[in-house]
Design a protein around this ligand. Structure first.
Ligand code: AMP
Length: 214
């Protein structure tokens, strides 16, 4: 199965992609994480992506697609993938469709996680993430047991540099302009599954799995 998970920044893509991947035994590919790894490793790609990410802009399509294709070439992806944060615009969606078609495969469903803008802002401005395992926390809604430490792996929690109000506003603008047209794209393809993204992790996760089963 090949599933695309998309929604605005803060909709819970990462959390839910990890839940769905676990429940359905699929590989989780998060392009945001691939970009952050490249930045940390100081690769050429990372240097190019860093300034885009700091401004809340999308990285170049060509580089994004290259990273995804390299990851997809690893044999563990053969049984299926949950794409988290990819595709992020129509060009990427078309390229993904073409790449899968060449292998006799296709995107089965695209899950759109819907969350109101006010809630997105609240989530992003209070978000803390584990440096090691990427587990997200919220300073008031879901704080860690020990301040600054991940409950799951003990890793250090940090606030993403692009989770500041100015950058968040840019990211939301980019989302509405570039990514929201995917709702139409996947509706026309008969693949859209729309899910209410407000609720507990398991609750939203169950809605997604139910939507995929239908
Ligand atoms: P995320 O962790 O999904 O919020 O992504 C963080 C940042 O990584 C984005 O603001 C972009 O700069 C970059 N990024 C992630 N996924 C993509 C993508 N599919 N296309 C272009 N840039 C991306």
């Amino acid at each position: 199965m090949y599933i695309v998970l998309f929604g605005a920044p803060g909709a819970g893509k990462g959390t839910q992609a990890s839940y769905v991947a676990q429940q359905m035994n699929l590989v989780h590919i998060a392009t945001g994480d691939l970009f952050r790894q490249a930045i940390e490793q100081g690769t050429e790609l990372g240097m190019q992506a860093k300034s885009d990410m700091e401004k809340g802009l999308l990285g170049p399509n060509e580089l994004t697609i290259k990273m995804v294709m390299e990851r997809m070439a690893v044999p563990d992806c053969e049984t299926g993938v949950v794409f988290d944060g990819f595709p992020r615009n129509l060009g990427q969606a078309e390229t993904l469709d073409e790449a899968l078609e060449k292998q006799g495969k296709a995107v089965d469903n695209a899950v759109y996680i819907k969350v109101a803008e006010e809630e997105l802002l609240k989530r992003l401005t209070g978000r803390w993430v584990c440096r090691k395992c990427q587990q997200p926390y919220h300073e008031t809604e879901s704080p860690p047991k020990i301040q600054g430490k991940c409950d799951k792996c003990g890793g250090e929690l940090y606030q993403r540099p692009d989770d500041n109000i100015e950058t968040i506003k840019n990211r939301l603008g980019v989302y509405f302009k570039e990514t929201a047209p995917l709702i139409d794209y996947y509706t026309k393809a008969g693949k859209l599954v729309e899910v209410d993204g407000v609720g507990g992790i398991d609750e939203v996760g169950r809605r997604i799995i139910e939507g995929l089963r239908k």
